[in-house]
Design a protein around this ligand. Structure first.
Ligand code: ASP
Length: 306
């Protein structure tokens, strides 16, 4: 039985420290701790990395604080459209969903696509029909929406800026048997066009896991992460070029940056090393490992007092 641990993110691109209220910061940090502890408990009792990833992400999806599950951002038509993916590093099996309007926990549905369908990715109405068939309760879109996100959409439409507001959630885990898994769940970009799909549910762009290398989840301006196949790129740099996790993860973010994109990623390798590079002001992130090491952070450098 080797070492185990997990790393999570709650999105990159947070605004300047002085623009985030101390209460908001405290609430987000507490939720990150709850998510990491929930996932860690699964690993600590010998559970699989895949289960830890789903457990940690479900806490964040249900929190109404992050851009995933309940509390997701709205598209330009005022509707939540959710995406998620999950990948198993042992078998390279994956499940993915996009454009969901009536599913509270997209990461659980991604798992069901992986386990109970012959496919990797289901979208929109087809994904929701499948959800009904495998016993997921469907919710109204209103149940996913929060007053804060409705306000944010109005503000963004008024400002005429391009789609923005990051805050996706993700997790990558290494279990006691040495197996890796990763998952990502998101509402995508605020004010996005109806039908737009980002990197999060795309295996190899926003989510990837392979026992031979690492497991990771990305966050940021998805279009750029898709164009550089960011998540698979990290794994490929390790596999083909022999780079270490940190170097490979940074190289992928550098490629995103070179194209003009913003974001970050969290990753763990088969030895339990963790990398969390980002090129934004901050990235909600946390990890916990069986050697006792842990971290909860939002910004780069010293955290402002809570
Ligand atoms: N990467 C996500 C997307 O483009 C957004 C985010 O990370 O906040 O859909």
């Amino acid at each position: 039985m080797g070492r185990h641990g997990l790393v999570i993110h709650g999105g990159a691109g947070v605004t300047l420290p002085e623009e985030v209220s101390p209460e908001g910061r405290r609430a987000c940090r507490a939720k990150l701790v709850q998510a990491i502890d929930t996932g860690y408990a699964v690993l600590d009792r010998g559970g699989p990395a895949l289960e830890a990833v789903v457990a940690a992400i479900t806490v964040l999806e249900d929190s109404r604080l992050f851009n995933a599950g309940s509390g997701s951002v709205l598209n330009a038509e005022g509707v939540c459209e959710l995406d998620a993916a999950l990948m198993d590093g042992v078998t390279l099996r994956a499940g993915s969903v996009a454009g969901l309007r009536h599913v509270k926990n997209p990461i659980a549905l991604a798992r069901a696509v992986m386990d109970k369908s012959a496919h990797v990715m289901l979208i929109g109405e087809g994904a929701e029909r499948f959800a009904g068939r495998v016993g997921f309760p469907l919710v109204t879109n209103d149940e996913l929406q929060t007053a804060r996100r409705i306000e944010e959409l109005a503000r963004e439409k008024h400002s005429g800026k391009k789609p923005g507001k990051l805050g996706t959630v993700g997790c990558a885990a290494l279990d006691k048997s040495g197996n890796l898994a990763a998952g990502t769940s998101t509402g995508g970009l605020n004010n996005k066009q109806f039908g737009r799909v980002g990197d999060s549910p795309l295996v190899g762009s926003g989510t990837y896991a392979n026992n031979a290398t690492c497991a990771l989840s990305a966050t940021g301006e998805g279009e750029y992460f898709i164009r550089v196949c960011a998540a698979h790129d990290v794994s490929a740099l390790m596999e083909y070029k022999g780079l270490g996790l940190e170097e490979a993860a940074q190289a992928a973010i550098d490629k995103v940056q070179k194209l003009g994109g913003l974001g970050g990623l969290i990753a763990i390798d088969r030895d339990g090393r963790v990398a969390m590079p980002f090129n934004t002001v901050g990235m909600y992130r946390a990890y916990r490992r069986s050697d006792g090491s842990s971290l909860v952070a939002i910004f780069d450098g010293p955290e402002p007092a809570a």
